[in-house]
Design a protein around this ligand. Sequence first.
Ligand code: FAD
Ligand code: UDP
Length: 366
Amino acid sequence: MQYDYLIVGSGLFGAIFAHEAVKEKKRVLVVERRGHTGGNIHSERLDGIDVHTYGAHIFHTSDETVWRYINQFTTFNHYQNCPIARYHDRIYNLPFNMNTFHQMWNDVYTPAEAKARIEEQRTEIHGRPTNLEEQAISLVGRDIYETLIKGYTEKQWGRVCSELPVSIITRLPIRWRYDNNYFNDPHQGIPMAGYNTIIDQLLDGVPVLLDTDFNENRAHLSSLADKVLYTGALDAYFDYSMGKLEYRSVRFDHQRLEGGNQQGVAVINYTDASIPYTRSIEHAHFTFTETDVSWVSYEYPEEYHQTGEPYYPIADERNLSLYRRYRSLADGERRLLLGGRLAEYAYLDMDKTIARALQLSKQEFS
Ligand code: FAD
Ligand code: UDP
């Protein structure tokens, strides 16, 4: 064999595994179906601004090991994510916090008043919530559900909230303080020199074949190495033999606009159904860059077809059970390793992706 590991996918998971393997003197080859490395954290420098090609990426973690690890490759700036929501002609702060509650109900000033107002509204839900609508109302009451959740979520997922799983909304933090920081983690920021430089360092000295789809050259490529680490979609690996895993996709419309500072904030969520996009992102704010032009990306949620990009797994019972069946097929392949957000059919933030890649590396190399 020419290589110890063939790594399918040059995203964060594949790149970290490759880096750790090279440190252990393993011979690795990376294959990547896109024309660039980095997977979804890739960005492009346009007019001096790092434009996040596949949606805004804000690094945040409470995992000290991950924080130390990633800081070997970059320094983070002090960006804190404080998105705002626009509903018709009004602006609300996110995540749901005392600012939002006061904006929603002018006569609410204190945490006790906010809790009392939400308590009044949540009584309409009896028993354990069985879908996203019930879960949202039982967490924040009907007013916030109707204004800040319903329209956004139905656009994002293309289904009515009463048919969506509870799990989607458990990600939203609620804060009984006047505090617009979206994340609770102690560490947060944007890499000063961009995400691409992290990937470039991780893949330094590693051969990478771009524009190469593993599944189209499977027999030949897997014959080159003892083991294969696959970070792509698991149903594709098995030629969809048991059916397709469902995803939600997004179309990113990147616009170059004359004049800087178009939004005054990096992220705006559009929570009413009449606007077709869910978010607009003004990239210069991530790095506090002041320029005469601006790059703003509009996010249009879309149906996923196997030719597009799979972004958000639809983690309902049907898909999870299909995934488990593919997973047990994969477990039968002695030379196959799986990892990353696609192969695990899970929404993994960057810090979780790093932690899992380090865990797999440790398992393989110690
Ligand atoms: P990917 O980045 O998807 O990399 C997989 C790679 O494998 C891709 O390059 C793909 O082209 C390649 N590949 C797949 N199949 C094949 C094949 N058959 N042959 C060859 N190559 C193949 N995380 C955060 O922490 N903060 C955020 O703000 C954040 N925002 C996000 C916004 C969006 C819209 C999305 C979708 C994700 C976001 N994430 C965020 C999550 C973050 O993108 C992931 O944690 C990270 O990119 C996962 O890395 P990965 O290597 O597992 O997957
Ligand atoms: N959400 C919402 N209103 C918002 C932002 C988020 O209802 O203004 C809901 C929506 O259901 C979304 C989920 O919260 O799918 C998770 O959103 P988050 O922004 O945390 O995740 P992302 O879409 O960035 O991965």
